[in-house]
Write a protein that binds this ligand. Structure first.
Ligand code: UDX
Ligand code: ADP
Length: 467
């Protein structure tokens, strides 16, 4: 079978960019990205895409209406497709067995049942969402238990390694593509067919093929390793602050060892994003289920350290404001979990904001790409507060950084957006001093996160912190 039509179930942060790049690089393949959310599909078909990702607009412009389509007609897309990516959400379970750790596979299961109901010809079904090991088995069981006569399925695991903010480059210049499948002649054939799609632009040597379970576990392992590096450097940032060592100097020195390497060693206020915490929790749950408590405890510590770092940072903010932030105006610059994305999932800014709000602060928030409604959604979520109305009263969203910091007692930089490098902190400080003249408690304190320290010159920092 030559793949002529691809359907992707789920038009989110993974499905949207991945399939846009496939359509761009494979003009001979028709790619239809489906979602059950009409609103999401309308946005994909509009001028303002539902996600901000550098370079994505250009790719969509080039291909939309040519060989890239966004549709809610899931039945038609499934029926005509040779290959179906499942790219639906896999949130952490909030109730029941494995609550707070195991992935909730209800959307995966829903997608598999939909395919089983609708498919009338052979399909290669590719698991693209980040899933716990053995999720492919669930898809396989559902599909094979409900197979119609004359329809055969091959199930592949093809985890996505893109990082938000650099998704298009990561997809175009992928260091590796991983494809896992069944160790049978039919399985090998399906793997080769998916390899053929990627070989339109990825050198064959960068495409790794494995069995299904290795592929699934490799994805969790890669994210766990990356998160572990961040927790390691963050743990050392606490030691640095207590000893006078400089964590960025330590990172530079350590990273020069080619066995360690320089990337992913930036101390921060903690990692965020939809993947790291979720995947480590999946790994912990898997280890517990396999009766490997020592392994589970090892990875749990990476998450614990991340929580510690977020809390440690917020405590520093409060301490530097004489241990009280009640009724103080605090500017929060950056709300997304990293720069160049509007995604707020697990953003450390949420945790920092929550604690400051609990302590009675008035927050003035600015982020270049996060929508106002999204900030309200995150901070009034039941997991954050029981009193959403009070939270609403205590936050104000701004359209520029200068507007947010005007008159602030403290500036808390939560995301390393490049535009914050350009801010005239000296002027902000001077203006604040002038407006606050005569009121000794109105000291402007600039609290910075380590990953921003490199672009705030020492002089400016000294000035804002100590003058
Ligand atoms: C991650 C993986 O990088 C990607 O391969 C996988 O497919 C999905 O998960 P993503 O979460 O989009 O991607 O972003 P990433 O760049 O990995 O950053 C995650 C978090 O770690 C961010 O909050 C970031 O600020 C933080 N981080 C990253 C650090 O604190 N220090 C670093 O040195 C690097
Ligand atoms: P990710 O970051 O993994 O891409 P998102 O939450 O951004 O996750 O996107 C997942 C998308 O999958 C959502 O837009 C959701 O509406 C969609 N979805 C969930 N189940 C189905 C389904 N059965 N068919 C089509 N789309 C689905």
């Amino acid at each position: 079978m030559v793949i002529e039509k691809i359907c992707c179930l789920g038009a989110g942060y993974v499905g949207g960019p991945t399939c846009s790049v496939i359509a761009w690089k494979c003009p001979d393949i028709k790619v239809t990205v489906c979602d059950k959310s009409v609103e999401r599909i309308n946005q994909w078909n509009s001028e303002k895409l539902p996600i901000y990702e550098p370079g994505l607009d250009d790719v969509v412009q080039k291909c939309r209406g040519r060989n890239l389509f966004f549709s809610t007609d899931i039945a038609k897309s499934i029926q005509e497709a040779d290959l179906i990516f499942i790219s639906v959400n896999t949130p952490t379970k909030t109730i029941g067995n494995g609550k707070g750790r195991a992935a909730d596979l209800k959307y995966i299961e829903g997608a598999a049942r939909m395919i089983a109901d609708l498919a009338t010809s052979n399909k290669i079904v590719v698991e693209k969402s980040t899933v716990p090991v053995k999720a492919a088995e669930i898809i396989m069981k559902i599909l094979r238990a409900n197979t119609k006569p004359g329809v055969e399925y091959q199930i592949l695991s093809n985890p996505e390694f893109l990082a938000e903010g650099t998704a298009i480059d990561d997809l175009v210049e992928a260091e590796r593509v991983l494809i896992g499948g069944e160790d049978t002649p039919e399985g090998h054939k399906a793997i080769q067919e998916l390899c053929w799609v990627y070989e339109h632009w990825i050198p064959a040597k960068n495409i790794l093929t494995t069995n299904t379970w290795s592929s699934e576990l490799s994805k969790l392992a890669a994210n766990a390793f990356l998160a572990q590096r961040i927790s390691s450097i963050n743990s050392l940032s606490a030691v640095c602050e207590a000893t006078g060592a400089d964590v960025s100097e330590v990172a530079r020195a350590v990273g020069r060892d080619s066995r360690i390497g320089p990337k992913f060693l930036e101390a921060s206020i903690g990692f965020g994003g939809s993947c790291f915490q979720k995947d480590i929790l999946n790994l912990i749950y898997l280890s517990e289920c396999l009766n490997l408590p020592e392994v589970a405890a090892y990875w749990q510590q990476v998450v614990n350290l991340n929580d510690y770092q977020k809390n440690r940072f917020t405590r520093k903010v409060i301490e530097s404001l004489f241990n009280t932030v009640s009724d103080k105006k605090i500017a929060i610059l950056g709300f997304s979990f990293k720069k160049n994305t509007g995604d707020t999932r697990e953003s450390p800014a949420i945790c920092v904001s929550k604690t400051l709000l609990d302590e009675g602060a008035k927050l003035h928030i600015y982020d270049p790409k996060v929508e106002t409604d999204q900030i309200y959604y995150e901070l009034t979520h039941p997991q954050v507060t029981n009193e959403p109305e009070i939270v609403r009263k205590n936050i104000e969203i701004h359209r520029s950084a200068y507007s947010a910091v005007t008159g602030a007692h403290a500036i808390v930089l939560c995301t390393e957006w490049d535009e914050f490098k350009e801010l005239d902190f000296k002027k902000i400080y001077t203006d604040r001093q002038y407006k606050g003249a005569g009121q000794s408690d109105l000291t402007l304190t600039c609290i910075y996160c380590e990953k921003l320290a490199s672009f705030l010159t020492d002089n400016v920092l000294q000035l804002i912190l100590y003058v």
